[in-house]
Design a protein around this ligand. Sequence first.
Ligand code: FAD
Length: 454
Amino acid sequence: MSAIDDLRERTRGQVFTEGDEGYDAARRVHNGMYDRRPQAVVRCENAGDVMAAVDYARTNGLDLAVRGGGHSVPGFGTVDDGVVIDLSMMRNVRVDPVTRTARAGGGATWGDFNAATHAFGLATTGGVVSTTGIGGLTLGGGIGYLARGLGLACDNLISADVVTADGRFMIASEKENEDLFWALRGGGGNFGVVTALEYRLAPVTTVYGGPMFFELADAAAVLTGFRDLMPNASEQLGGFPAFQIAPPLPFIPEDRHGETFVAIVGCWAGDPDRGETEISRFRDFAPVVAEHVGTMPYPALNSAFDALYPKGLQHYWKASFATELTDEAIQVHVRRGRDVPVVNSTVHIYPIDGAVHRVTADGTAFAYRNANFATVIAGMWPDPAQNEANIDWVRSYYDDLVPESEAGGYINFMAEDDQGRIRENYRQNYDRLVEVKGKYDPGNLFHLNQNIVP
Ligand code: FAD
């Protein structure tokens, strides 16, 4: 029996190879730039399938890519000639309303997760787009609307089921394999395949929020207002400023469609009676041109912008943390944000404070606990012929921000060419990450990621 036949035999899910029906769909990831042809895509159904696929890749000396939701900007979820572990069949979410916890398969998206927990009036911090995977997002840290109140997604992780490079299954938590658990919370996909994640939940049902658009001429006032407000605002107030071309949506005056605005997407997750007052704090910054703000289920806000990011766009992003959002940084944003090239591209400035600061800088692998903002210049556009111009915009915007930024950035917002910044991203935690990597993956089987080299 050939090795691949043996793998098929061991796999409950599906194994796609070149020529198989479904191979082309199975090899695609969210970022259309990465059109790679794996030797095999293993669509796993359970941890046993994952163990088989890990063994297959390791014993045959093949590159191994791991895919949860498939949103990796550098296309880490696919590889030429290697093996892809695709977890998209493992997305079941079980909620325990008594202990207020949820356990989700490693391939679940935030849409899967929020739908399941919302039925119980519960939620945890996830990303701002519902099609992103809980796996990659949580393992890298996890920034979202609820982070100021609840911490990062990884701060709410209670345990993880992991298949390590030697094909063994283990549980990582505060009580078992603590070093692995520490590394998983921010260290990305470096340490194994996480087949299930268990989270702490909090009561969140409806939120009050949505996007508001301000004139570009007010960009400095909006960014300064946001910077000055957030440190003193209630932790249940989340959201972020953005530069955004107005999509053709009914709440935006038709003659302004296609124009660039500075926006704030707000999310009040506290007492509903306070929603209007809390969100109105943003309205004090400058006159609002258009808004779509109100009470909505949390999953509705979480999926409100999905349509801007369909599968297959070209992606190139850059990111950095800022301890202070200086006046000089705001000037760079005012100057460069107006050139956002297409409706899918954006710049977001996420607050990193509140509960995120209550975890010590070495309490998890996520190192920048003293940062106050995480900036991402997220280039996304449909036409590959426009790659050079769009990548140039992201790079030169980022370069302009460098003097006002920390050396490191959030690993989940980084590009393929950011591997040189890994040590900076992890600062004081880097050496310990190398140690844990050496223990669980000495051969660097899991190297298609923001890689910590053992
Ligand atoms: P994948 O491509 O499947 O995974 C990325 C990498 O993570 C994999 O290559 C692997 O190394 C690792 N990985 C994923 N799942 C597992 C697993 N189960 N076990 C082991 N390793 C795994 N980030 C935020 O923090 N907040 C946001 O609001 C946010 N919004 C985003 C919106 C869009 C449209 C996009 C494209 C990205 C966004 N991100 C956000 C960034 C996001 O966190 C990263 O792209 C993340 O890697 C996506 O995870 P995924 O599982 O979807 O991706």
